[in-house]
Design a protein around this ligand. Sequence first.
Ligand code: B12
Length: 479
Amino acid sequence: MLSPSASSVVLVNPNRMRPPVAPIALDYLAHAVRQAGFQPEVLDLCFSADLEKDIAAFFSGRQPLAVGITLRNTDDTYLASQDFFVPQLKDLVDRIKAHTSAPIVLGGAGLSLMPEAILEYCGVDMGIWGEGEEALPALLQRLACGQDYRDVPALVYRDGAGFRRVPPSYLSLGRISRSPRDAIDNRRYHAEGGMGAVETKRGCNRACIYCADPLSKGRQIRLRSPQSVADEIEALRGQGVDNLHLCDSEFNLPGEHAEAVCLELIKRGQGERVRWYTYASPVPFSDEMAVLFKRAGCAGVNFGVDSAHEGMLRTLRRDFTAEDLARTADICHRQGIVFMYDLLLGGPGETRDSLRQTVEAIKRLSPDRVGAALGVRVVPGTRLAALVRRQGPVASNPNLKGAVEGNDDFFAPVFYLSSELGPDPFSYLESLIGKDERFFVGAKGEAEQNYNYNENTALVKAIREGYRGAFWDILRRMA
Ligand code: B12
């Protein structure tokens, strides 16, 4: 029996979706645990051809202090595919347990949406809910000294028959030191996934009823300094990564921070050396901001607009109007910004009429691409989940699709699809889109115009052929 190494911690990436997306979380966490005096080792299973063999080989001769596993996505969030990843996670946990007795800790954006249910299902006793840079080292310190860890911020731990959550203390991002981005193979992810990743801030203070982000990143916006963002981009460029996707939920909230980051990139001449893509809100957006984006290297913006119907925007609690969508589209056209409008259709109160109005309005605004997702994943802890509960039992709710039987806590993928859309809303949406090739739909496998990035073989092939950039923009350029 090996004695545990008091300082080593294994960080595991189980995400095997294609195209591959770099597990930036492990680059950040490896740095944080190293700073705290521990020795991180990454077991990245993304490219593994034989899981069992690679896990066995990795743990042979190693007995770490703990094993941290990241769960980025609980499922692929599309009604058309409903691919649920938690069973795969359980399988991985079982395999790892067969090779090490080290305690397992789960974390990640997906885990944070329903930590207790996932821990229970996977047979794991500890998880970190939200950010890991302080919580994970704090937990490791307690484990290393054999001390009680039940007050570590953001810890979710088994307590008798159930679990308890310790409240998180959201990080001030100026306080944590910048990751050198050297723990994962960013070069390979760029070559096979077409882009790298960087964050400029965390948290979202908006009230969108369906959104999972505040559950994992908190409601308070915390900014990174533009200098540290630019330094990190330089570190990635040093690894050959010159196409990036920002990992902010929406880069231009707040607008001044986005502009400050752009100014720093422009000052350093990075605008000519890197191409980056981002999610953004249609408000605030201006000609001045668009010009800064472009000069700073922005190659495309995906605006999460959800709908162009005033009533639906209010129901979803978006804080902009259909008029704002028109204004932002005008600015993008005028300033030559390639942009996508991402729609989230079928939410509470959606009718055939509101759907038609949205599709018609969006066609008129003429974004370069449109994402049309029909069906809204109900995430526990959101206002949408509370609304669904008020509508009565899950299994007999006519507005729900997916795993509705015996799934009252929305653990397996369940989707809101307004019954007011009538029978076969997918065909109706298709008929509204018609032959307009700017529209993407969330589908499965090799379907045409598929912007589900789960086993998207068309994208994998394009990236192999040399395409780089955001997936939606690669699909656009391939057309
Ligand atoms: C940017 C983004 C994308 C970009 C990624 C670009 C890139 N190059 O990285 C693109 C567009 C490609 C994308 C695709 C998808 N995405 Co996405 N994406 C995001 C977004 C906005 C940021 C992700 C990110 O990297 N954050 C920054 C890192 C540092 O944060 P983090 O991973 O959460 O890690 C922190 C903590 O969670 C924690 N932590 C993480 N791991 C661990 C492990 C341990 C042991 C511990 C202790 C802690 C810990 O500490 C970390 C540092 O603080 C998130 C929402 C969000 N704000 O996080 C959605 C999000 C993760 N995506 C989501 C989804 C569904 C997808 C897709 C499945 C959609 C699809 N069907 O195509 C694909 C999956 C692709 C894949 N291969 O995994 C969902 C997942 C929801 C769910 N139910 O699980 C999210 C939460 C969005 C949402 N609100 O619904 N995405």
